[in-house]
Design a protein around this ligand. Structure first.
Ligand SMILES: [Zn+2]
Length: 434
């Protein structure tokens, strides 16, 4: 019995193939380490607990430990939940209730994923002694009976990170040649996403273009089970090299930057709606189509069907959301003390936002309409620099808001080793290819 429990704790019952749900593990690495440390402590506490296990006052005398408990293994089927599994295994509903409500972790038992394994250790009276559930390749939930209640803990296996470098040459497509080079599919997609502003992967790739990618491989129990994030990458498109390196800022946001510290993703979208045509450009003097007076048009009109989503041009916060005379429904977003954008004639606002809401670039803020003075559904889009209206199509907009000195120092110390690794991967794989 004692050995059996130890075995379940240390080995777990993870017989399930790796899932690819570990994206974002890297950004939480520090937190994970801390968690892992706490969990290591938990494991040893648990081991001590059972090493010092004192049998109940009047134990059944000459019964072999093997006879008093039995491990029942069950693989979760689609459509099953813990309650249906409990009734199938003839376990008490009362125990189920105790486990799920044991503590905050207990609730995790309620999320059963098909294909994962559950092990119930049942004593001679058919009572549940311990329940083990392999949530994923890394985490195992364990509920252990203690008197009339259950101790529920979540144990995590240690994840080992290894940095890997791959290099490839484009012969047919990024997808095919990325796969050929051994780059996991999600990293191929990530690579094209990182350079989406700079390289047109659909139109402008040429045979002979090259890529070098430095990324993290994740291991558990000595087996690779997933890939982490791209850490640094170089893509040479038609002889021009583009380099990106991953950086986590003080707010914990990660993004890709040039080695100089400029964001790869531009600070402002070129247009706040997809597939729309400019029907009226920025001008400081024109005849208003309804008022028939000569008035400046201090924005750009994009014609689009009513209901088309409108996206925030950049990260920022909503500073106005409501009706503004001829503008109809308006959202105004402040991006920094210097830059703001305004979106007018909306049919409606994105629900859940309010004045003060922080929003991300590309986040939907409302929908095209014709509220206010408008001849038909369109978006009237304004760009303000220091409160002055500028033409968003022609204005020289910053690629990136500059980093302050401290952040830049942090950027350098975080990214220099990654760029060194990238340079090394280029040399090593070149040597290997020669
Ligand atoms: Zn307009």
């Amino acid at each position: 019995m004692q050995n059996r429990i130890l075995k379940s704790i240390l080995v777990g019952a993870c017989t399930i193939a790796a899932a690819s749900a570990s994206y974002g593990l890297i950004s939480q690495k520090a937190a994970e380490d801390k968690k892992r440390h706490e969990q290591d402590k938990l494991i040893s506490a648990k081991i001590n607990q059972y090493t010092n296990y004192v049998p109940p006052a009047a134990p059944a005398p000459a019964i072999n430990a093997e006879d008093i408990s039995e491990e029942v293994e069950h693989t979760v089927q689609s459509g099953e939940n813990l309650a249906s599994i409990f009734s199938e295994l003839d376990l008490s509903r009362e125990d189920l209730h105790k486990i799920v409500h044991a503590n905050a972790i207990g609730k995790l038992f309620a999320e059963m994923t098909p294909g994962r394994d559950l092990v119930a250790t049942v004593n001679a009276d058919g009572e549940l002694e311990q329940l083990t559930y392999c949530k994923n390749p890394i985490e195992t939930l364990i509920a252990t009976r203690r008197d009339d209640a259950f101790d529920v803990t979540l144990l995590s296996k240690k994840i080992d990170y290894q940095i890997a470098g791959v290099r490839g040459v484009i012969k047919s497509s990024l997808f095919e040649d990325g796969k050929q080079a051994g780059l996991p599919l999600k990293l191929i997609l990530k690579l094209s996403d990182i350079f989406a502003w700079d390289i047109d992967f659909a139109q402008n790739l040429k045979p002979g273009d090259k890529f070098t990618v430095v990324y993290e491989k994740l291991f558990v129990d000595g087996k690779e089970f997933d890939s982490g994030d791209i850490l640094a990458v170089e893509f040479v498109n038609q002889g021009k090299a583009y380099t990106a390196v991953r950086f986590e800022d003080n707010q914990g946001n990660t993004g890709y930057y040039t080695p100089q510290g400029d964001r790869l993703r531009k600070t402002f979208l070129q247009t706040p709606i997809d597939f729309a045509e400019i029907t009226s450009s920025f001008s400081l003097a024109r005849e208003h189509p309804i008022l028939h007076t000569i008035r400046a048009h201090k924005g750009v009109d994009y014609s689009a069907p009513a209901g088309t989503p409108i996206k925030a041009a950049g990260d920022g916060k909503i500073v106005y959301r409501g009706v503004k005379n001829g503008y109809g429904n308006v959202v105004e977003v402040e991006h920094s003390s210097k830059y703001s954008t305004l979106y007018a004639h909306m049919s409606g606002f994105k629900s859940g936002h309010k004045v003060g809401s922080a929003i991300k670039q590309g986040e939907i803020i409302g929908y095209v309409g014709s509220t206010g003075y408008a001849t038909g559904p369109h978006l009237h889009y304004e760009f303000h620099i220091d409160g002055v209206h500028v033409n968003p199509v022609t204005a020289k907009l910053p690629r990136s808001l500059p980093m302050d000195k401290n952040l830049l120092a942090k950027f350098k110390s975080q990214t220099e080793p990654l760029l060194a690794q990238l340079a090394q991967s280029k040399i090593q794989t070149q040597l290997a290819q020669n």
